[in-house]
Design a protein around this ligand. Structure first.
Ligand SMILES: Cc1ncc(COP(=O)(O)O)c(C=O)c1O
Length: 554
């Protein structure tokens, strides 16, 4: 864990592309634990944190960056070559094309836009969209798939690949399960209410189940009230437009989820983007917004709202909530926090990043989260002050125009949430939260020790492992599956072109044996594919490199 590339709370410059001297400085930070009085622009960020806040974004060595570009370069050259052969009829053309008789119309297919898909993605496409055929628990079953035409089409063999260790699902607390005893109440509700509501919340679609769930969510989060929606994505995309509109300003983290981006765009408000989790960048936007107001008219913005997530699902970073709250109070802005990946997953009792930082839920104006990850269900919530929730009950597009949540789904959330709160009379929920924390720290520590470049916060169950080179994405995922381990790999355009990665999601349901199987496979594969890029953490004795770093500082 003690890694000189760590970024600690004393440092405002912490983005991926750290310079060497930053690395050294952060070493100093770590040693002091919490740096005192780093007062910058009025925000004393050092004193805002109750414990050390460490995030890793080690930059790849130069040769890796060069080889990554060479990899894409070679792929591109072969792409042109094969497009040339396709044009001359020397290679089969599988891609959709204009028909001869439509040549005079506006083209439907743009050749160049598809270049990447056709020539680069197609080579490794077998590693995505693979259908699963079991509950996405700690192990799952996959449908075996083969291709006869180099990934243009796939054919199912009818066989199932059984008991693959699942490192990809957002099943943080292991509530995606099929154990009949656990699902007893869900089955009961299914028999009582059926599956469909066939109406919206405002018409005939509010059941006692919904009211019960909303009261429970509010109690769980420690706020006045909450409203639930049938879909997490729609919770963002349909409620942000209800909260802000023309003349309002949205300050949005550059890595925010598409549902937040879509909601922001649909709202008609002005959107400005700040660098990921970068407080200087956010403060600059806030200051400019106050000083200059709206463009041209120079009138004050009607509302300023900051949109952030609790845990970022591609970086494994945790939002710098204490600093954001202090900024939002200083500039009198609103804060909208999407806890899709953090609710249930962090905080001593699973109450998300607010609890993780020891803060009050009152500090966040709009608490949003989903039930699709930690709760193994579907849907989302918005919680906060009574005024806010009352307003949404009447104005939310989702409340007025969308069918309400299916009752057995509501019951699944209730059962999981009650378990977390200990209302089921056991400590099982708490144990799950603790197990997730333990698994997360163990998994991350071992990967650091092996010398992989791992992004994000030590407490984040989302664990990105950097692969960089395009050829390694395919090789990595295929070899892992051969070892019966299912992984999610991510490349351009979901990540910057030079930062392809594998993204693991640790679960409380993973046993130590499963994690060790995965770690051993990664250790072996890391050597074989030369993925151990990190220049720092080759030692399993933290005290050893504590010393080295001391020398570096001198
Ligand atoms: C940050 C964030 N917000 C919202 C959503 C959408 O939620 P759902 O999948 O429940 O529709 C996701 C889903 O992946 C997410 O990661």
């Amino acid at each position: 864990m003690a890694n000189p590339s760590a970024v600690c709370n004393g440092h405002l410059h912490h983005h991926h592309h750290q310079k060497q001297n930053n690395l050294l400085k952060s070493g100093v930070c770590k040693k002091n634990g919490i740096t005192k009085g780093m007062k910058k622009n009025g925000v004393s960020n050092g004193t805002l944190y109750k414990k050390t806040f460490i995030e890793h974004f080690e930059q790849a060595p130069m040769y890796v960056a060069v080889l990554t570009f060479v990899g894409f370069g070679v792929g591109t050259i072969f792409g042109y070559l094969r497009d040339f052969m396709r044009a001359w009829g020397l290679e089969k053309r599988n891609i959709a094309e204009e028909r001869e008789q439509q040549k005079d119309f506006v083209p439907l297919y743009q050749d160049f836009e598809n270049f990447y898909t056709r020539n680069l993605y197609m080579r490794i496409r077998d590693n995505w969209n693979r259908p699963i055929c079991s509950v996405p628990g700690p192990q799952f079953d996959l449908m075996e798939r083969v291709t006869d035409d180099y990934n243009w089409t796939f054919r199912f063999t009818g066989r199932t690949i059984k008991n693959v260790i699942n490192m990809g699902s957002y099943n943080y607390l292991g509530f995606a399960e099929t154990e009949p005893n656990a699902l007893k109440t869900v089955t009961k509700e299914l028999q009582k209410y059926g599956t469909g509501i066939c109406s919206t919340r405002q018409e005939m679609g509010t059941l006692d189940k919904h009211v019960e769930l909303e009261k429970l969510v509010a109690k769980f989060l420690g706020v006045d009230d909450a409203m639930v929606f049938g879909m997490g994505f729609a919770t963002n995309s349909m409620n942000i437009p209800a909260l802000v509109g023309k003349g309002c300003l949205i300050l949005s983290d550059e890595l925010n989820h598409t549902s937040l981006v879509l909601g922001a765009r649909l709202s008609g408000a002005t959107i400005r983007i700040f660098k990921h989790n970068n407080m200087q960048s956010l403060e600059k936007l806030l200051r400019d917004a106050i000083i200059y107001g709206q463009p041209r008219s120079r009138r004050a913005w009607r509302k300023i709202i900051i949109l952030v997530e609790g845990i970022y699902s591609m970086e494994g970073s945790i939002v710098r909530l204490p600093e954001i709250v202090s900024l939002k109070k200083k500039y009198k802005a609103y804060l909208y926090l999407d806890e899709a990946h953090s609710i249930g997953a962090v905080g001593a009792t699973g109450r998300g990043v607010v609890e993780y930082f020891g803060m009050s839920p009152d500090d966040v104006d709009v608490l949003m989260g989903t039930f699709t990850k930690s709760f193994g269900a579907a849907g989302g919530y918005i919680a906060g002050k009574k005024d806010l929730v009352d307003f949404l009950r009447t104005h939310s597009h989702s409340a007025v125009y969308a069918t309400s949540m299916c009752p057995p789904v509501a019951e699944q959330i209730i059962r999981a949430m009650k378990c977390l709160m200990g209302l089921d009379g056991t400590t099982q929920g708490l144990q799950r939260v603790r197990q997730l924390g333990k698994n997360t720290r163990y998994f991350r520590r071992r990967l650091h020790e092996m010398g992989f470049i791992i992004y994000g916060n030590d407490d984040s169950p989302v664990v990105p492992l950097l692969l960089y080179m395009p050829g390694k994405i395919g090789a990595f995922a295929r070899r892992m599956l051969e070892k019966n381990i299912g992984v999610v790999v991510v490349g351009f355009p979901a990540t910057p072109i030079t930062e392809s990665r594998a993204r693991f999601c640790v679960s409380a349901a993973h046993t130590r044996e499963m994690l060790d199987t995965v770690l051993n496979a990664l250790d072996e594969l890391g050597d074989f594919l030369q993925l151990k890029y990190s220049r720092y953490s080759k030692s399993s004795h933290p005290e050893l490199y504590e010393e080295t770093r001391f020398e570096l500082e001198e």
